[in-house]
Design a protein around this ligand. Structure first.
Ligand SMILES: Cc1ncc(COP(=O)(O)O)c(C=O)c1O
Length: 401
């Protein structure tokens, strides 16, 4: 990685860009994420392999206890992945035919598992500043059949939990928070496990706490926790005694061990993500060429984000190119990036027949054309920030309208 940075070119010619044959800001790309395991994680997984106890056992239980404690939840149940975690939360709380408010701006699983439950997803537009579910829009979309809210803490940032809970109490709605991206985020200084009827997590390979595949549902109600545990494991109450129909959505102890080992480092790694986000915000604010053409998404007031992603929004009216061309140029300069997401959920073919006469989602559709995620992880160095700053300035300048 280059450390000494030349001055940002003052002449904004597109021909200076690496994507058009110019010299890249950095020949070696900034790592987009840092999924590498530590030796301790490998040792923890190996110890489980040596034990021969591969099923969900002590390590999954330890992960449950620790995440419950860290997030302020009473009960935590590991499961196979974040999609199963949503299903385990939705099935006891929502009934087939219920209308459930869900963000138009989220990963597909949040809404897809509502459809799997036989519920009608009522898509709610995004808040233009934060990208989180817009609770004023949610209130406007309530129907006589609305029974719940499934809200995603997008990019690691909690939604306006006070607004969600107050709409829920006014209308008698159940609430599930999808925290697949938001481990260790907080709301007014409190762990997010304290709010709503259930909270779900993913431990997928790229998540802040990654076990490969894995997930968790937390809740504060004893009866609900029992139901989730039953659903997770074929309704089994005693060996081969099945009280109800359920699934096999169990995690395994290799994943549990990796999760526990990584959890030792997660608070420090999350702090490093927060510091990285601050650096990015400073870079944007202090570089007029960048600030003119893009902004970081805002954090919900009262929330502290876990910064699963650092997502910017381009002001396309200031640029001569589309987001996708901007992204390609940034990559060529040595800054890998990704689009989360290229379509809003109502724009997904999978939901075409579930939209009925729902009103449009202009904010989410605008986000689909203009958001871009920059490298975000605990290992970003001064040199990396230097490359990103220079590359952003170079691309913004070259493509300025
Ligand atoms: C917001 C959100 N919800 C749910 C999921 C599903 O998690 P998993 O991939 O573990 O099934 C993800 C994973 O990408 C996610 O980002």
């Amino acid at each position: 990685m280059t450390t000494a940075r030349p001055a940002v070119p003052s002449v904004g010619l597109a021909s200076t860009l690496a994507v058009h044959g110019g010299t890249p800001v950095s020949a070696s790309p900034v790592p987009f994420m840092l999924p590498k395991l530590a030796e301790a994680d490998i040792a923890a997984a190996t110890a489980v392999l040596h034990s021969g106890m591969l099923r969900a056992a002590k390590k999954c239980e330890e992960l449950e206890t620790r995440i419950a404690q860290l997030s302020g939840a009473k009960h935590a149940m590991t499961c196979a992945n974040g999609t199963c975690a949503l299903q385990l939360a939705y099935e006891p709380l929502f009934q087939p035919g219920d209308d459930i408010l869900v963000p138009a701006w989220s990963y597909i699983a949040t809404a897809a598992m509502l459809v799997a439950r036989g519920c009608n997803p009522i898509f709610v537009d995004a808040n233009p500043q934060t990208g989180q579910i817009d609770m004023a829009d949610a209130a406007r979309r309530i129907t006589p059949k609305t029974r719940g809210i499934a809200a995603t803490h997008m990019y690691g940032c909690p939604v306006d939990i006070d607004a969600v809970q107050s709409l829920a109490s006014a209308k008698g709605l159940k609430v599930v928070y999808d925290a697949a991206q938001a481990h260790l985020s907080t709301w007014h200084g409190k762990g997010i496990g304290q709010f709503g009827d259930a909270v779900t997590y993913s431990f997928y390979a790229t998540k802040n706490l990654a076990t490969g595949e894995g997930g968790m549902t937390t809740c504060n109600d004893d009866a609900l926790a029992r139901q989730i545990r039953l659903l997770r494991s074929h309704g089994e109450t005693n060996k081969y005694l099945h009280e109800q129909v359920g699934y096999n959505y169990r995690m395994n102890d290799i994943a549990g061990a990796i999760g526990c080992s990584r959890l030792d480092r997660l608070p420090a790694e999350t702090d490093a993500r927060r510091a990285a986000a601050k650096r990015y915000e400073q870079i944007i604010a202090s570089t007029p060429a960048i600030a003119r053409s893009l902004r970081a998404l805002s954090i919900t007031p009262g929330a502290v984000s876990a910064y699963h992603l650092f997502t910017i929004k381009l002001d396309l009216s200031t640029l001569t190119v589309s987001r996708d061309e901007f992204a390609k140029a940034l990559l060529a300069e040595g800054v890998p990036n990704a689009v989360h997401y290229p379509r809003s959920l109502p724009q997904q073919p999978a939901f075409a027949k579930h939209l009925g006469n729902q009103k449009p989602w202009p904010v989410a559709e605008d986000f689909a054309l203009s958001v871009l995620s920059l490298p975000m992880h605990h290992g970003l160095t001064d040199a990396h920030f230097g490359v990103v700053a220079e590359a952003l300035a170079k691309v913004c300048t070259a493509y300025a309208r």
